[in-house]
Write a protein that binds this ligand. Sequence first.
Ligand code: IPM
Ligand code: MN
Length: 346
Amino acid sequence: SRSINLAVIPGDGIGQEVVAEGLKVLSAALPQDVKLETKEYDFGARRYHATGETLTDADLDELKRHDAILLGAIGDPGVPSGVLERGFLLKLRFAFDHHVNLRPSKLLPGVATPLAGQPEIDFVVVREGTEGPYTGNGGTIRKGTPHEVATEVSVNTAFGVERVVRDAFARAQARPRKKLTLVHKNNVLTFAGHLWTSVFDKVAEEYPEVTTEYIHVDAATIYLVTQPERFDVIVTDNLFGDIITDLAAAVSGGIGVAASGNINPSGEFPSMFEPVHGSAPDIAGQGKADPSATVLSVALLLRHLGHDAEAVRIEDAVSADLAERGDLPARSTSQIGDALAARVAG
Ligand code: IPM
Ligand code: MN
């Protein structure tokens, strides 16, 4: 479409700094005739400290009216753990049915990895985003006693599993290597494991060109380090996906370049794009954060909205910038943003 109506949520800590650069690069990448309208929201610790609110129904109604959401990071040492995570981030993912949590991992030339040699890493994790142990379906009895019992039930529905598995097969089919790996733990989590495995095998019949494999999540953490080149597309549940995408980020250039999209494929609700990293209060306000992860998230946003050429230009700019970084003195967040904006503007 020829206009983008974007909700911007810088959030907390370095979220503020990296989102400013993401917007800078977005503006530079868009052709003249695409009108960009942005509206900023103060969700996160600021809003919570001021009002005690995290995300109200009225907020959701308002956010719903945008084409997409750009999020920096949410989280603050002054807010108890879980309040903003559940009350804002997960609430938004669930309310807007972001069932495809897309997390690409690509080791770009010249980027340092802790792995030996320079393995080819280019895969994408399709993490389920609305089910699993994230649903808050649990409880505690005999709380605070030596006999406390806590449950945290993983919810897996045939509907929820099938739609994310289908999304992953379609992505695998569209990539040159056409390979899809299901990551689960079906030797122990036999109920959910059966559902995931049987849905995966059923959908596989419709994609004869896609090579499939199954790997237990514990073994997958080994292969992500010892043979990351074996992966093309990975599909997995919400919690396994959370864990393995941090590992994937660590081996493919670090959290400074890891981008993500919380996608509602039908477009019924706006999708939300955010760096995988958090608000990093320890370095906030110092201009030390690398905005590349946010800028790459902007590329995912543009691709989602159908602006593929601009997405590629941004990815190429980040790639070129990273390739030359070794020779440059350290730059600030905004200097990196300026350099990327200059590159995409050509
Ligand atoms: C992520 C984060 C979130 C998650 C937290 C902050 C709720 O770790 O986006 O990966 O677990 O999904
Ligand atoms: Mn995480």
